[in-house]
Write a protein that binds this ligand. Structure first.
Ligand code: FES
Ligand code: FES
Length: 159
């Protein structure tokens, strides 16, 4: 039994004051304590990107981040990306371009894709593929994912 540590986080605009065991990852906190199961657990060891969320606006593999190291931080998950009923443009683009098959990798792909554009790393197909390479898709939806990202990057124009 581990001593629990107090943790204050803002998740999708909701403030949480929690007591958390130091061994709990941010991924498990989101899924198991907060019920935000949109963030997926693929490998649980930093290899697949399915667990990607934004921490203070920066993309992070939540399986590699201990929850207690996020004290005072602002977390955004796939559930927090839409604006009420309106999907985020990246979500719309993934639907339009069939950027998924089974969908298991999709939350992570979308969170990574949104961050990628903000980072300024979506300037060519090659660059997109390179900077999305931490997000694995076993279904091989990569060409459609690239198309979706390029459309959002180009302000809604198909590439
Ligand atoms: Fe985190 Fe695979 S579950 S990288
Ligand atoms: Fe199935 Fe990517 S859509 S793993």
């Amino acid at each position: 039994v581990f001593e629990k540590i107090s943790l204050h986080v803002d998740v999708n605009g909701v403030k949480h004051n929690l007591l958390v065991e130091p061994r709990v990852t941010l991924l498990d906190l989101l899924r198991e304590e907060l019920g935000l199961t949109g963030t997926k657990k693929g490998c649980d060891r930093g290899q697949c990107g399915a667990c990607t969320v934004h921490v203070n606006g920066v993309r992070v593999n939540s399986c590699l981040s201990l929850a207690v190291t996020n004290d005072g931080k602002k977390i955004t998950t796939i559930e927090g990306l839409a604006n009420g009923e309106d999907l985020h443009p990246m979500q719309e683009a993934f639907i339009k371009h069939d950027g998924f098959q089974c969908g298991y990798c999709t939350s992570g792909q979308i969170m990574s894709a949104v961050a990628l554009i903000k980072e300024g790393h979506a300037n060519s197909e090659l660059e997109i593929r390179e900077f999305m390479s931490g997000n694995i898709c076993r279904c091989g939806a990569y060409p459609n994912i690239v198309n979706a990202i390029q459309e959002v990057k180009n302000g809604g124009q198909p590439s």
